[in-house]
Every structure is written in C-alpha cells, then in structure tokens.
Design a protein around this ligand. Structure first.
Ligand SMILES: Cc1cc2nc3c(=O)[nH]c(=O)nc-3n(C[C@H](O)[C@H](O)[C@H](O)COP(=O)(O)OP(=O)(O)OC[C@H]3O[C@@H](n4cnc5c(N)ncnc54)[C@H](O)[C@@H]3O)c2cc1C
Ligand code: SF4
Length: 335
C-alpha cells in the first residue's frame, strides 16, 4: 500500500476563493482526485497545497444556450454520460465519458480533471522504487525532490530524445476537439477562452497551455444545424475498466448525403491529440464503405504510436486502422 504524502487540502466555496488559493506557488487542483491522488502516492508531484473544487458549486452542471452546450469543469463524468442534453447534442461526448474507467470512478471523476489529465507513460506511472531502479527521465525528474535519480535527462521511449512523448490518455479530449469545443480558462486576474485543441502543447512533461494559477472553468460545444454523425472508439485491454491504448473521435456533417465537414482526432500517440488530415479525401463524398477504408488507411499512414504506453506500438497502429474503419462503417449504416 503506497502512503499519501501529508499535503494540506484547502476547500474553498467560491470560485474567487479557489482562484486566490491557486495563485499560491506550488498549489494544485484536486477535483475528483481519481488521477492526481494515485500519482501523488507514486511520488509524481509534491504540491504545496491541494485546492479541492468539491464545494465550488459554480463549476458544476450542463446547460444549453443559443451557442450550444456549456459544461462546468466540476461536472462528474457520470453526469456528462447520462445528461439528456449531452446525449442529444454531442452523443460522442456522452459515449467517451461513459467509457472512462468504472462507474465508481466516473461518479467521482470530473470533466475538468479529464480534460486536464496528466500524460501517461509506462516508464513513469510506476512507484518511485520502480522508477529508481532504471533511473529517472525527463518527466519524472523534478516531480519528487526526495528521489535522486541517476539519469534525470533521458527518455526511455525515444533514446536521445530531448522532449517527453508521454501520451495524452483522456477519453473526452479527442471528442471535444472533433466537436470544435472551446475551453473557458480563469486565473485571479481574469478569464479567457481558447479552442480546446490549443489547450495542449507537444511536451509530455507539461502538456497543458495553462499558466501557474490558471484553471479550467468549463468547456463549450457549439450547436450545429443539419445532419451529423459522430462516434468515439477506444481500444483497451479490459472493457470494464481501462485507459485507452489508442482512441479516435470521428465527426461527419452531411448535406443531402454529401460530407460538408469531417474530423478524425486520434488520442494516445504523443502529448497532444493528432488531427488526421481527412478533409481533402472526404469532403463532397457520401459516408460509405469506400470512404471507411480510405480514411482508415489515412489514419494508419499519418499516426505512428510509440512505445510509451503498454502494448506494442505496431499493434496499436493496426488497431487504430481497424477501429476507424469499423466506426465509419457503423456510421454509414446509421446514415
Ligand atoms: C483504475 C483507473 C482507470 C482509469 N481509466 C481511465 C480511462 O479509461 N480513461 C480516462 O480518460 N481516464 C481514466 N482514469 C483517470 C481518471 O479517473 C479520469 O481521467 C478522470 O476524469 C480524472 O478526473 P478527476 O476529477 O478525478 O481529476 P483529478 O485526479 O482530481 O485531477 C487530474 C488533473 O487535472 C487537474 N485538474 C482537475 N480539475 C482541473 C481544473 N478545473 N482546471 C485545471 N486543472 C484541473 C488536477 O490538478 C490534476 O493534475 C482512470 C483512473 C483509474 C484510477
Ligand atoms: S516519454 Fe520519455 S521522458 Fe516522457 S515519461 Fe516516458 S520515458 Fe519519461
């Protein structure tokens, strides 16, 4: 049993209080705690304070306005997965939320925690003892000041690599990007919005474009007129409880049977999701078997998984092709 370090936990009741606590150096957010607490037990991080969002009611809930869906960062994944509005307006988001972990975890886990989930790597999501036997790496160095690793500057996935390629493994993120969602971000000095795709940078040590003291308030998914087909698919070892080993979000908008918009966003490659360039091949065509095969080939050609999470990279790449083809075939049947 790994013990949790003694870290003070602050429980603000308002957003203003939470932002002011978060402005303190070394403070980190504790949302559902389903990822940050296991990580802290493994010596991944040593925050000065954990700022719990549990009592900040303003961060919870799903609402519908003229612009579309608004979901607060503190909304649980169970609420996202079961919300009638999410199922109606963004069914692939409900599907992705439903696919996270297990029912008990989804009851605690929040959408904000999923969107801001730390990257994962088979060499880092281990105990300090395990990591110490091999030496540290670009990501684990500095996460636990008490561990003194011999090889702090190396990457075990890309030997000689200067940038960490730990994988973004959150299920809702590829979907939100495929749906053109925007993020609402706040700090003690103000609020701003950015396209969700721009929230992620290509560095697995810290893949979020958030400044210290900033937090995610929520995400907005725009409304759309006309016919749309969307789906989220993930490959994992245990269907009942597991992180994705490769995943894909698909979205197709149609007018009179021809595609006017197409998105294919792939997760668990590197530190940020990859948007496969599908528009040139897809636009103007019907959603059919031929397109399913072509887009699956495109995904296979453009996406190259690394040995950063369990299972061979080559097999994950093969599974991506299978998942994308089957998903489009199923959507074509619906259409
Ligand atoms: C057994 C197991 C299986 C799992 N399977 C999956 C899976 O299949 N798919 C998946 O995606 N995840 C999985 N997870 C990880 C995790 O449960 C989910 O990603 C969950 O959504 C995290 O949300 P949380 O509220 O618990 O986040 P926390 O653990 O509280 O926080 C996660 C990170 O986000 C930051 N954070 C939280 N809220 C905000 C905010 N509003 N603004 C800025 N930063 C914030 C925290 O500081 C922390 O760094 C699994 C976890 C376990 C233990
Ligand atoms: S990708 Fe390399 S640097 Fe990043 S966590 Fe894995 S081993 Fe460490």
């Amino acid at each position: 049993m790994l013990p949790l370090l003694r870290t003070p936990v602050a429980t603000p009741h308002t957003l203003e209080e939470a932002l002011s606590l978060l402005a303190e150096p070394g403070a980190r957010i504790l949302a559902g705690g389903t990822d940050i607490l296991p990580n802290l037990k493994r010596g991944l991080g040593s925050p000065s304070t954990l700022v719990s969002l549990h009592a900040v009611d303003a961060l919870r809930g799903v609402s519908v306005g003229d612009a579309g869906l608004s979901i607060g960062a503190g909304t649980t994944l169970t609420q996202v997965a079961t919300s009638g509005d999410v199922k109606r307006m963004a069914p692939s988001l409900a599907e992705a939320a439903e696919s996270v972990a297990s029912p008990q975890i989804r009851n605690m886990a929040t959408l904000g925690g999923n969107v801001c989930l730390d990257t994962r790597c088979r060499w880092v999501n281990q105990s300090d003892f395990w990591r110490g036997a091999l030496g540290g790496c670009l990501k684990s160095a500095g996460m636990n000041p008490e561990a003194s690793f011999a090889q702090a500057g190396v990457c075990h996935v890309v030997p000689g690599g200067k940038r960490c390629v730990a994988a973004i493994s959150a299920d809702t993120v590829p979907v939100l990007i495929a749906l053109d969602a925007t993020a609402r971000v706040a700090s003690a000095s103000g609020t701003h919005r950015l396209p969700l795709a721009e929230l992620y940078v290509n560095d697995g040590v810290q893949n979020l474009a958030l400044e210290p003291g900033e937090m995610l308030l929520g995400v907005d998914v725009p409304t759309h007129a006309g016919a749309r087909r969307e789906r989220y698919v993930k490959w994992r070892v245990r269907g009942s409880i597991d992180f994705p080993l490769v995943s894909a979000a698909l979205r197709f908008d149609l007018d009179a049977g021809a595609l006017t918009q197409a998105r294919l966003v792939v997760g668990v490659l590197g530190a940020r999701p990859k948007q496969v360039a599908v528009q040139k091949v897809a636009l103007g065509r019907p959603l059919d078997q031929a397109l399913a095969t072509e887009l699956a080939e495109l995904a296979h050609r453009q996406c190259k998984p690394l040995e950063n999470v369990p299972y061979e990279a080559g097999h994950r790449r093969h599974m991506l092709r299978v998942l994308v083809r089957r998903a489009i075939e199923a959507l074509a049947d619906e259409a």
